[in-house]
Design a protein around this ligand. Structure first.
Ligand SMILES: Cc1ncc(COP(=O)(O)O)c(C=O)c1O
Length: 455
């Protein structure tokens, strides 16, 4: 009762119904009127006084305090997420053609929930002190071992920082390198969220074209020789899929060496390459400590973990440790324990092997379907990681088309927003991870009809 009385008087004050200076009824009058004890009213008044909504004046009663008007708060709704609409499928079950997420139906749900339950218990039983902000030492060791075995480069666990996915690692990298406000080479086309992140850090993204060999280093040198960093996806370029050639890798390091530049390697797919063996990480060629390597568990396990890592050269590891401690500590220990066990017990590499097989089969099925159903209007341009890149006629707006497709339960990603320049190629990126072989032909036909309607 006391809380109700407090709330209704507070509401009357905040909404202006009770104005400053107004006298509240005495405890006994209000208690009699409401049929409650005086003590109940008194407790409500005391709380209003403690919270500075009212002033107790002893025998002169209780009056409403003089308060500044309530700030008008901008209306916020979960329907208004912070990113452009093509990147805000938050917490939804993936639709056909959605890119960037692993398979929902092949996720090892039972195994993962068992491991996570054990990890939760271990985290709950841990001392109540602060965990290492650089990440759990066991996980840092597992990641260092994995990088040596699967990505071909050696590093010490002390160089590894556990982060909130790629985004968390990029933030840590930008702060650690103190490159805010400078220029950054960015692949054209390239991951739009990286470009937004660079802009948010006050950096200017310089669009450097990619060709069959990956980032065109000569073009970068022509456009912005003094850039502070180059952010690249050398393993499988995002979104076009080519692997950066050895010659380009060497000239990128040459540029970095001569210009005090830094290379940020976004190894978002890791060894998840569907055909052949993935090329070693660019980091394996770093002889001068100019490269920061970023990995993520978003594609290889699930983005819901929000877990990734940053590997830095040994001589800056201490400095990065300070930044992690003060500005970007590693995520919750419980998730880290779960991933540690997943890796240590061999599940991670086994899961990756299975997913490669599954995604390769789904990609083949999609390519077959596209050739049968849609060869004229939707042209397959490349296979890139877990997506198929298709080109559309320039007269078709890929953004409009992708939005219309949503209404039909399909989720292709438009290609043009991956370009900084406005003349980006129109196309659709078709994710293969969540295709359903039973409905695939019908899905492709629906997509084709949409393209024809737009042409
Ligand atoms: C090029 C690229 N880098 C990184 C990521 C992963 O980012 P995160 O680890 O923050 O999920 C993605 C995800 O779509 C990506 O496409």
């Amino acid at each position: 009762m006391s809380a109700q009385i407090y709330c209704s008087i507070r509401h009357a004050i905040e909404s202006g119904k009770l104005s400053a200076g107004a006298r509240l009824p005495s405890w006994s009058d209000l208690a009699a009127q409401l049929g409650v004890s005086r003590g109940t009213v008194r407790a409500a008044y005391e709380r209003l006084i403690d919270e500075q909504f009212a002033i107790g004046l002893g025998a002169a009663g209780t009056r409403v305090a003089q308060r500044p008007p309530l700030p008008t708060t901008a209306s916020w709704s979960p329907e208004a997420p912070p990113l452009p609409s093509i990147f805000n499928d938050f917490s939804t079950v993936p639709l056909a053609f959605q890119m960037g997420v692993p398979s929902q139906d092949a996720f090892p749900f039972k195994l993962w929930s068992r491991i996570q339950a054990r990890a939760s218990r271990r985290a709950a039983a841990a001392p109540v002190g602060y965990p290492d902000p650089r990440g759990d030492p066991d996980l840092r060791r597992e990641i260092a071992t994995y990088l040596g075995v699967a990505r071909g480069f050696r590093c010490d666990p002390s160089q590894v920082f556990v982060t909130a996915g790629f985004s968390g690692a990029l933030n840590l990298a930008i702060r650690g390198l103190r490159v805010e406000g400078r220029q950054a080479w960015m692949e054209e086309p390239g991951f739009p969220l990286t470009r937004t992140a660079l802009g948010l850090a006050g950096m200017t993204a310089i669009a450097v074209p990619v060709d069959a060999d990956g980032l065109n280093v000569e073009a970068g040198i022509r456009l912005a020789p003094r850039a502070a960093v180059a952010v690249v996806t050398p393993g499988q370029q995002a979104p076009l899929g080519m692997t950066m050639s050895l010659a380009r890798r060497i000239s990128l390091f040459e540029w970095a060496r001569q210009n005090d530049g830094w290379i940020i390697e976004d190894d978002y797919l890791g060894e998840l390459q569907l055909k052949g063996r993935a090329a070693p990480a660019l980091a394996s060629l770093d002889q001068d400590g100019r490269l920061l390597h970023i990995g993520s568990f978003s594609k290889t396990i699930t983005p819901s973990l929000r877990l990734g890592f940053l590997v830095v050269p040994p001589d800056v590891a201490r400095h990065f440790g300070d930044i992690a401690a003060c500005l970007a500590p590693a995520p919750a220990a419980c998730v880290q324990h779960a991933v540690t066990e997943f890796m240590r017990e061999g599940h991670y590499l086994r899961h990756l092997r299975r997913m490669k097989r599954l995604y390769a089969a789904r990609r083949e099925a999609l390519l077959r379907c596209l050739t049968e159903v849609a060869s004229e209007s939707i042209k397959v341009q490349a296979t890139a990681g877990m997506t198929v890149v298709t080109a559309l006629p320039q007269s078709v707006s890929d953004v409009d088309l992708a939005l219309r497709a949503r209404g039909l339960g399909l989720s292709p990603t438009p290609l043009s927003p991956w370009y900084i320049s406005n003349s980006g190629q129109q196309g659709l990126l078709l994710g293969v991870t969540n295709l359903n072989e039973r409905t695939l032909a019908a899905d492709c036909r629906r997509l084709l009809e949409l393209v024809r309607e737009h042409d």
